[in-house]
Design a binder for this molecule. Structure first.
Ligand code: PRX
Length: 652
């Protein structure tokens, strides 16, 4: 790698520990350990300092309002997320800088590139179109779009006029879309005709049509991406290219209160019904801006590429708002990592000289399988920082990423956070380190975290426990669950009371304060970086007429991290068959989407139950891991365990 700078060096005393070089420290936003102690001693002051770096129409009166279940940040402050992402750079004379590069999947199709000025104009036009369709401050707008520039433009346009977006992953089924649109009461949906995936044009509009049936959605804006012939309902649907270009490129940003709702994003909880995580404007802006800047060490010349989908929180915060608020260039890639070949991601890094690359462990494990000869063909010397997110990263994947993508020169920032936290919360800072495989790092400055035992006592260094966050809570922590204050309290603030936010993750901490995340402690799975509740898959399967009862548990998977495995009891009159398995998979596709497909379906006569009739998923979880079932003395039907063991052992 010609002239590539070295950003990290190995620790001579500890194997696989790495520290920033002087070169990296000099570029970093924080290079002195003192930032931790000082910020943890006074988080409010820390976040106030950071908040001064973004633009406010009116400064806040009070930085933090500490009230159980009603914490607030930057009270009385007025700002707009879109103004902070676009206008302020244009006003600072950076209008001609490239804001967004879109890489379509078909390799021969040209890139679409937007400067900050152009992006601002396009966002303003769409914002005006939304107004024309009757969208007002506080109204919900659904976004069901593939990875095209309009996905970012749509989010920006919605928050610009003070409306609230709710983005739904484009691979989710019509039914998933409908559930979300009904729950949030969206009035308008923005979607597309289709998109390219693995060389094929996939239709989306038909799914959108089914998804809005029976909802309050009155108007649908349709982006033409794939040139597909799709049905349009003239009383409801309007083409993006027919309504947007004719609008004025100017649209004054709405002055939002810091605590006004910015967006709702649905995520899996422990029940079958996804919950609408609510993020407000000010705290979200400040933490996303700051973590993106500090963790990825962003400067003027950075080209940031986050490979997540816009349908997830990672896409919201680190494709859209984070990089744009920082005034850098964000890369949006439409397609699959293996199209046209296994080198596509590395070709894109080389082509656009990407400096910061942010992806998921499941993706890295896929690349490990495909082989290091693929990245070896490309010049990756532009890279400075590598990030990972979404699940615990195993040592092999970490070291492979470090060596074959980062050339042994770049720090790996393993960022722990959640849809609920809105932005990164635990990681190693690039200018401080240490970078250690499988260890995320320390809480971000200004964020207080602890590891507690079940009784609420802090555990000793090295001991396992539960990760909690302490007040003052992170500025971008969720403010509620849409329409369900009880669930908000029950999910996050019941185990340890309102004084701790319970992350529902297991973790351990070393003497230095570095945190290793061990994974969820509830029935939430992480399937190829997609968050999914076992109960959601159970709900989907139980809608098939043949199913009388079903239990779903996760099983570790080499590439995907975890996969769902289903135990199905059939109703009388139905017999187990391969055909029926296929039908059940289709049922999951229909109700959730292909990401939730069970890797294995076992037809069984019984599942372990407690005396009160509750399914003991713990026992099934052990069985699919080939582990001893644990204590089964409290089961009503312990005899079924042996039978299940032989079924699982024989592969179904
Ligand atoms: O279990 C943790 C895992 O992902 C969960 C949150 O999932 P979601 O809301 O979909 O957000 C994913 C993107 C932020 C967490 O409760 N998780 C996330 N990041 C990490 C992680 N586990 C280990 N290490 C991480 N870096």
């Amino acid at each position: 790698m010609p002239n590539a700078k070295r950003w990290v060096e190995p620790d001579p005393r500890r194997e696989n520990w790495f520290w920033p070089t002087e070169e990296l420290k000099a570029r970093a936003w924080a290079a002195d350990e003192k930032v931790y102690e000082e910020s943890w001693a006074d988080p409010i002051r820390f976040w106030e300092e950071r908040a001064k770096e973004i633009s406010w129409f009116k400064r806040w009166d009070k930085a933090y309002h500490d009230e159980p279940l009603a914490y607030k940040w930057f009270v009385g402050g007025k700002l707009n997320l879109s103004y902070n992402s676009l206008d302020r750079h244009v006003e600072a004379g950076k209008g001609d800088k490239v804001a967004l590069i879109w890489e379509p999947e078909p390799p021969n199709e040209p890139n679409r590139v937007f400067t900050y000025k152009e992006l601002l104009a396009e966002v303003s036009r769409l914002a005006n179109a939304l107004k024309e369709l009757g969208v007002k401050k506080g109204d919900r707008v659904g976004i069901y779009l593939p990875m095209i520039p309009e996905a970012v433009i749509a989010m920006q346009a919605v928050v610009r006029i003070g409306a609230v977006h709710s983005v739904v992953f484009s691979a989710f089924s019509p039914e998933s879309l409908r559930d979300r649109m009904v729950d949030c009461g969206a009035k308008v949906l923005i979607t597309a005709d289709g998109y390219y995936r693995r060389g094929k044009a996939i239709t989306l509009k038909q799914n959108a049509d089914k998804g809005v049936e029976g909802t309050k959605v009155e108007r649908v804006i349709v982006v033409r991406r794939a040139g597909l012939d799709v049905p349009m309902d003239p009383s409801r649907d309007v083409w993006y290219h027919e309504i947007v270009p004719k609008q004025s490129p100017e649209c004054p940003p709405e002055e939002m209160d810091a605590e006004d709702l910015a967006f709702i994003l649905y995520t899996s909880g422990t029940t079958g019904k996804p919950k609408g995580v609510m993020h407000t404007t000010g705290g979200y802006a400040v933490q996303v801006y700051t973590t993106c800047k500090w963790n990825f060490n962003l400067h003027e010349d950075d080209i940031f590429w986050c490979t997540a989908d816009v349908g997830w929180i990672t896409g919201h915060s680190y494709i859209n708002y984070g990089p744009l608020m920082n005034g850098v260039t964000t890369v949006v890639y439409e397609g699959a990592p293996d199209t046209p070949d296994y080198g596509r991601m590395w070709a894109v890094i080389q082509k656009h000289k990407v400096t910061a690359y942010y992806t998921a462990p499941t993706a890295i494990r896929m690349h490990v399988k495909w082989g290091e000869e693929w990245p070896a063909k490309y010049d990756l010397s532009s890279l400075r920082v590598l990030g990972t997110v979404g699940e615990p990263i195993n040592e092999e994947a970490w070291l492979w990423y470090f060596k074959h993508i980062g050339g042994g020169r770049c720090p790996i920032i393993d960022t722990w956070w959640q849809t609920e936290t809105g932005a990164n919360c635990v990681q190693a800072l690039p200018g401080i380190g240490p970078f250690i495989p499988t260890v995320a790092g320390r809480p971000f400055p200004g964020i207080r975290a602890k590891i507690l035992d079940a009784g609420g006592q802090p555990v000793q260094p090295g001991e396992g426990g539960y990760l909690v966050l302490e007040p003052p809570f992170p500025p971008s922590l969720l403010r509620g669950l849409w329409g369900d204050p009880e669930k908000f309290k029950a999910t996050y603030f019941s185990e340890y009371g309102p004084g701790y936010y319970f992350t529902r993750d297991g973790a351990r901490m070393d003497e230095m304060g570095n945190i290793r995340i061990t994974g969820r402690v509830d029935d939430v799975m992480n399937v190829a970086g997609h968050r999914l509740a076992t109960a959601e898959v159970e709900d989907a399967l139980s809608q098939h007429e043949a199913v009388s009862e079903v239990a779903v548990v996760s099983r570790p998977d080499e590439v995907k991290g975890e996969v769902p495995v289903a135990f199905v009891l059939l109703k009388a009159g139905y017999t187990a068959s391969e055909e029926l398995k296929k039908e059940l998979v289709k049922t999951v596709d229909k109700h959730i989407g292909p990401t939730a497909r069970p890797a294995e379906i076992y037809f069984v006569d019984d599942v372990p139950k407690t005396r009160s009739g509750k399914i003991m998923r713990r026992v099934l979880k052990s069985l699919v891991r080939g582990a001893p079932p644990g204590d089964i003395t409290t089961l009503r039907n312990p005899e079924c365990v042996e039978q299940l063991k032989s079924i699982v052992g024989s592969g179904g």
